[in-house]
Design a protein around this ligand. Structure first.
Ligand code: ATP
Ligand code: MN
Length: 462
């Protein structure tokens, strides 16, 4: 007999047939005549009700069936009289794979706090909330690949271990096989990395962009989708030490095309989730955030506002609002500033462009004014920055001058400069933090709750 996933159980063709289902017990209740078990197999937020007619089963048989136990059940699928479900299984046969001692299993009752669940991150996927979040996360990953695939982008895998620290996007985790208790030394007394695994200093990547540009200037349009690491000691609800980033990079695309791409992309992903994860989104809306569905629909149905950093700063200065961090032309905008523009002023997602060169990376295309660059950050309600990108400086001399001004060592840069030396083209790209998108779509408020195994300062369980 073939097992039926609970997500398929409402298929009308199955009604009246005998089915086999497998899953974990969420609850059991009933009386001496009839027992009801709510079974969940992870394929859907919906539990399947299993009905045990106690004239056909003994108390002894059902004793191991407690919350958390794993079962196989065979029985007839019938319409349900009870409310909250359309069908249920009348059990003919039951097999317990594994018990879960009620005195030890921590997920006995519903309604554990998210903080508590973070402490039992190894079991939290078994809760309704994390089941919903992880299914939505998976659907979004699929939507991302589909979006780029439909548009002819090549999926490029950039390295996770890198010997270049030029990106400057954040502090890096060093990768080494040297004995930290007995480091080899050069004559000047510094660590001798020539004795290290790669013969030089290496680290985990903070971004695949620079390598992505190598791909875009050969394949036309590429995207990366992979893990990214930042050793920043920022304990915020929006930062992880290990997160996933999607980085498209496109030849012959200017900043306006880049903004269109970014806007189409996030709208596509959100629409995909609305269409394909309805039950999970509605569950999360009910539990945590009543406005979730309308917020998601609003974002997919409205144009994002586009304005320059300079205009944005003027709005903030004239707002009369008291910010924790001061705002002035040249300041790196904080989340509170970004969210003021999005949530209070425009009440729409915002794309800010043309930031001061000093607060942005060396590779961004320099504007004529000599002080701003063609950067674009997409700012979202509740999140702040969800995407950071730019048109890239394609002019060899201008790029070289910027690299020299910032004293970026040539040993890190020669290969990157070659893209401008041989057949350079205007090109653009951006980075979307995957978990920030999942945060927005699920309505969760802490980034630790949208990745299965969060890594943050002082937190690296299993
Ligand atoms: P922020 O200012 O929020 O720290 P950033 O400007 O350092 O972000 P970028 O270098 O532009 O970020 O990275 C591109 C995207 O990656 C960001 O827009 C964000 O969505 C995401 N991101 C950056 N850092 C993190 C992090 N530590 N954890 C999760 N996502 C991140
Ligand atoms: Mn950024």
């Amino acid at each position: 007999m073939e097992r039926t996933m609970i997500s398929r159980i409402s298929d009308p063709a199955l009604l009246g047939t005998t089915v086999e289902v497998k899953g974990w017990v969420r609850t059991r209740r009933g009386n001496k005549h009839v027992q009801f078990v709510a079974l969940n197999d992870g394929s859907t937020i919906k539990n399947l009700q299993i009905v045990f007619d106690m004239t056909r089963f003994t108390d002894e048989q059902l004793k191991p069936i407690t919350t958390g136990a794993s079962l196989r059940v065979v029985g007839k699928l019938v319409e349900s009289m009870g409310k909250g479900q359309t069908c249920e299984v009348q059990a003919d046969e039951v097999e317990v794979y594994g018990t879960a001692d009620p005195l030890a299993y921590p997920l006995q009752k519903k309604g554990h706090s998210l903080e508590f669940l973070r402490e039992i991150a190894h079991l939290r996927p078994r809760t309704n909330t994390f089941g919903a979040v992880l299914r939505i996360r998976s659907a979004l990953a699929f939507a991302i690949h589909r979006f780029f695939n439909e548009r002819g982008f090549v999926y490029l895998n950039t390295p996770l271990i890198t010997s270049s620290d030029a990106e400057g996007a954040g502090a890096m985790f060093q990768v080494t096989t040297l004995d930290l208790n007995n480091l080899p030394r050069t004559d000047e007394g510094r660590t001798d990395y020539s004795a290290d695994f790669f013969g030089k200093q290496a680290a985990l990547t903070v971004s695949g962009q620079l390598e992505g540009e190598l791909g875009a200037t050969a394949l036309g349009a590429i995207y990366t989708f992979g893990p990214t690491f930042r050793a920043e000691n920022s304990n915020t609800p929006r930062h992880l030490a290990e997160f996933w980033m999607i980085e498209p990079e496109v030849a012959f695309l200017d900043i306006n095309g880049n903004m269109d791409l970014a806007e189409d992309f996030v709208k596509y992903c959100i629409s995909y989730a609305l269409q394909n994860c309805r039950d999970d989104i509605e569950f999360l809306a009910e539990m945590y955030d009543k406005e979730l569905v309308s917020r998601l629909e609003f974002v997919t149905h409205n144009d994002f506002v586009r304005l320059t950093y300079t205009e944005g700063v003027r709005i903030l200065e004239e707002s009369g609002h008291k910010f924790e961090f001061p705002v002035y032309w040249g300041a790196d905008l904080q989340s509170e500033h970004e969210r003021y523009l999005v949530e209070e002023h425009f009440k729409k997602p915002v794309i800010l462009t043309d930031y001061p060169a000093e607060i942005k990376a060396f590779y961004m295309k320099q504007n004529e004014d000599g002080r701003t660059v063609r950067a674009m950050d997409v700012l979202f309600p509740r999140i702040g920055e969800i995407i950071g990108g730019s048109e890239r400086e394609e002019n060899y001399d201008k790029l070289l001058r910027r690299i020299e001004e910032l004293h970026i060592p040539m040993k890190d840069m020669w290969w990157y400069l070659d893209t401008r030396r041989f057949g350079t083209v205007p090109h653009s790209g951006f980075g979307l933090g995957f978990e920030r998108l999942v945060l927005f779509v699920t309505g969760m408020t802490n980034i630790r709750d949208v990745i299965p195994f969060p890594r943050t300062p002082n937190n690296c369980e299993f």
